[in-house]
Design a binder for this molecule. Structure first.
Ligand code: C2O
Ligand code: CU
Length: 473
């Protein structure tokens, strides 16, 4: 059988397949207004906010004119944006109506292991799961998606994904745009594989049919032949970009070559707003940026690498019309204080990302069953430095649950610029190595665990996942 390795190797030589008709920069013919996912603010009583979500099935035009069977939270495809406030207690009542087991993972949130939504807390069709926890995260952009063993790719590509905005009371938050849908705009990217009959593909192998197309979606709309539009009513707009693709990398840039002002990485604000020409998001990663617009500007997405696409393309995805007449105050010179770890006395480990044919491995074990997973055991209070060694020639996206990490080195180089922020998901190129450091705080459990895995969802489902047990020392 053509194993994963063969397909992956073939992927590197594939051209754009059926991508010829895509919305290549400057070539779009249609325009439509950017869809803003509904904001689900929840009902608040005292300091507790309760959110109600239903994972359900539906239909959606993932490619124009063709109806696909999809899944979504409270809607047919994707889910509403949740808004949490640091320090508040949240309760989520989540009902499973998709006809099979699911979980809901709060990607990037620092929550107890029982509330984390990893594969160990799957709940069946017809059941309601009600995690309750205190929001411990600083202002940032997180997201929620399924994480059941072996079905994460399938459920996520069908539409089970949504954004979480965490607010806090820092000066930086007060100074930045925060009016959801007005000057605080979610951008959820999904690079998918879909048959011409609308069947959304998720299999690790065998999906590259001659009938398969590779749409790029922004907030659920296929931008292959459409440039979405957003009319800014303020001079300064904040964008929160999430790469919810199963595998491809999304790079965001301006069509005119201008810079974007990046303010945050996965896990909160950078120390200062940083001018960048591109923002590269591996699968699962987020970033926030602002644009101060005195003239119209178009955002492009470059889709590269990956499991799904096997080629790259540049798309005009969002035409932003400048409409503000206000003059925004300068951004605070300091957004955040990030104390860089001095890792001299940190506990060292090596995590090896490997492969055996179609099976994907962490430290030699395929995490396709809980009992077979490699387990990393640590204690509350531990400070660790991990060398993530990519022993394959494939691209991986290294995600750690529970706590944020700092990049200590990236392929032997010291981190610079936005690499000095906090991450929970970072690129590990074929044959590459990253060193990351983290501190395990607050939450311990003897029976429930967190996960660490590749966020290329087919890789995760094929075994590139290990468990992380945090116990009291
Ligand atoms: Cu976004 Cu363990 O996942
Ligand atoms: Cu991977």
């Amino acid at each position: 059988a053509a194993g994963l390795a063969a397909v992956a190797a073939a992927g590197t030589t594939f051209s754009l397949l059926t991508d010829a008709n895509k919305n290549k920069a400057g070539a779009a013919t249609n325009s439509a207004t950017l869809t803003i996912p509904d904001l689900l603010e929840g009902t608040t009583s005292g300091s507790t906010t309760t959110f109600t979500l239903e994972a359900k099935t539906g239909t959606h035009e993932v490619i124009s004119g063709v109806t696909s069977s999809t899944m979504g939270y409270n809607q047919d495809f994707l889910g509403p944006t949740l808004k949490w406030t640091n320090g508040d207690e949240v309760v989520l009542n989540i009902t499973n109506d998709i006809g099979e087991d699911t979980t809901v993972h709060f990607h990037g949130a620092h929550v107890p292991p029982k509330m984390d939504g990893g594969p160990q807390v799957a709940f069946a069709d017809g059941e309601t799961w009600s995690p309750t926890f205190t929001v411990k995260d600083p202002a940032t952009t997180l997201w929620y998606h399924p994480h059941a063993l072996g079905t994460t790719a399938k459920q996520a590509v069908h539409g089970l994904a949504g954004m979480i905005i965490v607010e806090d009371s820092t000066d930086a938050s007060a100074a930045l745009p925060s009016d959801y849908g007005v000057d605080d705009i979610p951008l959820i990217f999904q690079s998918l594989a879909v048959d011409t009959d609308g069947d959304i593909k998720y299999e690790a192998v065998g999906y590259r049919l001659s009938t398969t197309t590779f749409p790029l979606l922004l907030n659920g709309t296929n931008v292959d032949d459409t440039t979405l539009t957003f009319s800014a009513t303020k001079t300064r707009t904040r964008f929160r970009a999430l790469n919810a693709s199963p595998s491809d990398i999304i790079t965001i840039q301006r069509s005119d070559g201008g810079t974007l002002t990046q303010i945050s990485t996965d896990q909160g604000y950078l120390t200062e707003a940083t001018e960048v020409s591109t923002i590269r998001l591996v699968a699962g990663a987020r970033a926030e940026f602002v644009m101060d617009l005195s003239a119209d500007a178009t955002l492009q997405a470059v889709v590269t690498t990956g499991w799904i696409r096997g080629g790259s393309g540049t798309y005009d995805v969002l035409a932003v019309t400048a409409g503000g007449t206000d003059t925004p105050a300068d951004l605070p010179s300091t957004l955040n204080t990030i104390d860089r770890y001095d890792t001299g006395d940190f506990t060292a480990r090596t995590i090896t990302l490997g492969q055996n044919g179609a099976t994907m491995l962490i430290n030699g074990s395929a995490g396709t069953a809980m009992a077979a997973m490699a387990m990393i055991s640590t204690t509350v209070g531990a400070k660790e430095i991990w060398t993530i060694q990519n022993a394959t020639q494939l691209e991986h996206s290294f995600h750690l649950h529970d706590v944020p990490y700092q990049l200590i080195s990236v392929n032997g180089e010291d981190p610079t610029g936005v690499q000095l922020g906090w991450y929970d998901t970072y690129e590990v190129v074929g044959g590459g190595t990253i060193k990351i450091a983290m501190e395990f705080t607050d939450f311990a459990d003897d029976t429930y665990m967190y996960m660490l895995h590749c966020h290329l969802l087919q890789h995760e489902d094929e075994g590139m996942m290990a468990s992380l047990m945090v116990t009291e020392s």
